[in-house]
Write a protein that binds this ligand. Structure first.
Ligand SMILES: [Zn+2]
Ligand SMILES: [Zn+2]
Length: 360
């Protein structure tokens, strides 16, 4: 018999009413009841949710595409399925399963992009914490086709940040056309995405040149397996230092997750001929201005890499479950969300913040 869950009528949730209103934490937000779920939907009781820079962009209305309002943000949630909509056919998950809620909440699975495995670019998609309410609440409604089963050996708080930050950097590395022993440059290596990228890169047999600043981040990067460190504040010539650190020829790939535009253009200058620039970060109001002459004559490839599909998600979680990737996070209550946004805006968050959704 399927386990039974008591489902309350109301819950704690963090609500954005408009892009300029302060974030509101309420205790009486309605919980969608099992009888109200459509076929294909499920209700998940959340244990925790990571906080991503994207949540801040969504909250501030930074992008060309606007989020729904009012909005519950969040897209790195882990919890248990407590109900599945009546008449759901062939669900890959059942009541009681532990699952992850990621940025891509739904895709049609039948358009050209979905059929080719880039469901992240499906025109019929739903995005958690953007077009549909996300995980900064105790209960979330999502789609059975896109919630991700969490491997049993992986702790929920560890899994949370893999669901967005981990999948994103894992896929970018996977498609970077690198091979075992190649060098990869990771600007922002000490941050939320970067520190996971170091570990995935090392697990893939790549050699890492970490680019960031400060003693605390340097120590973390080297501890996680980066072989070279370049401090962008201390460096007089960043491009020359990165080339010198990678056998004098430059890295074979750069996975750029930075929240500013300059880091993207620099990569074209320091990459080895034939190298790949993986464009991953989504800085607000930024354009990529690569030097065309050197992009052509160095045979540089530029790829946009956007989160990951369902297979990328499974792979990224499996690697973490095998202990190859550990997230450095601080556990906080939902009420700490506003101060976490302030920290992200100032760039003072080392590693990741994961909110405990069941603590008061
Ligand atoms: Zn994210
Ligand atoms: Zn589609």
């Amino acid at each position: 018999m399927a386990p039974h869950f008591e489902i309350p009528k109301t819950q704690q949730a963090a609500i954005v009413e408009s892009t300029d209103a302060p974030l509101k934490i309420v205790r009486d937000h309605p919980v969608r009841q099992p009888s109200e779920l459509k076929p294909g939907e499920c209700l998940v009781r959340l244990e925790c949710s990571g906080v991503c820079h994207t949540d801040l962009h969504a909250r501030n209305g930074d992008w060309p595409q606007a989020a729904k309002l009012p909005l519950i943000g969040g897209h790195e949630g882990v919890g248990h399925v407590v109900a599945v909509g009546a008449h759901t056919q062939g669900s890959p998950v059942k009541v009681g399963d532990r699952v992850g809620i990621k940025w891509l909440a739904y895709s049609c699975l039948d358009c050209e992009q979905c059929r080719k495995g880039i469901e992240q670019s499906c025109p019929n998609q739903q995005l958690s914490g953007f077009t549909t309410d996300g995980t900064f609440s105790q209960y979330v409604v999502s789609w059975v086709s896109h919630v991700t089963p969490i491997p049993a050996s992986l702790d929920s708080f560890e899994a949370a940040s893999v669901l967005c930050a981990g999948i994103t950097v894992y896929r970018a590395l996977k498609y970077s056309q690198t091979h075992i022993g190649d060098w990869v440059a990771l600007p922002g290596a000490g941050g939320g995405l970067g520190h996971l990228a170091i570990q995935y890169a090392v697990a893939m047999g790549l050699r890492v040149v970490a680019i960031d600043t400060g003693a605390e981040k340097r120590e973390l990067c080297l501890k996680l397996g980066a072989e070279r460190w370049v401090d962008f504040r201390e460096s007089q010539d960043l491009v020359a230092d990165i080339v010198a650190a990678t056998d004098g020829q430059g890295p074979h790939a750069a996975v750029v997750t930075a929240a500013t535009g300059a880091a993207y253009a620099q990569a074209v200058d320091y990459l080895r001929p034939g190298g790949a620039l993986m464009v991953v970060g989504l800085p607000a109001h930024a354009a990529l201005s690569a030097d065309i002459f050197f992009t052509v004559t160095k045979s540089i490839s530029i790829f946009g890499s956007y989160v990951g599909n369902r297979q990328d998600a499974r792979e990224a979680l499996e690697i973490a479950a095998r202990g190859k990737v550990k997230c450095y996070y601080v556990r906080k209550p939902l009420s700490a969300l506003a101060e976490t946004y302030e920290g992200l805006a100032k760039g003072t968050v080392v590693g990741r913040v994961v909110l405990d959704m069941q603590s008061e």
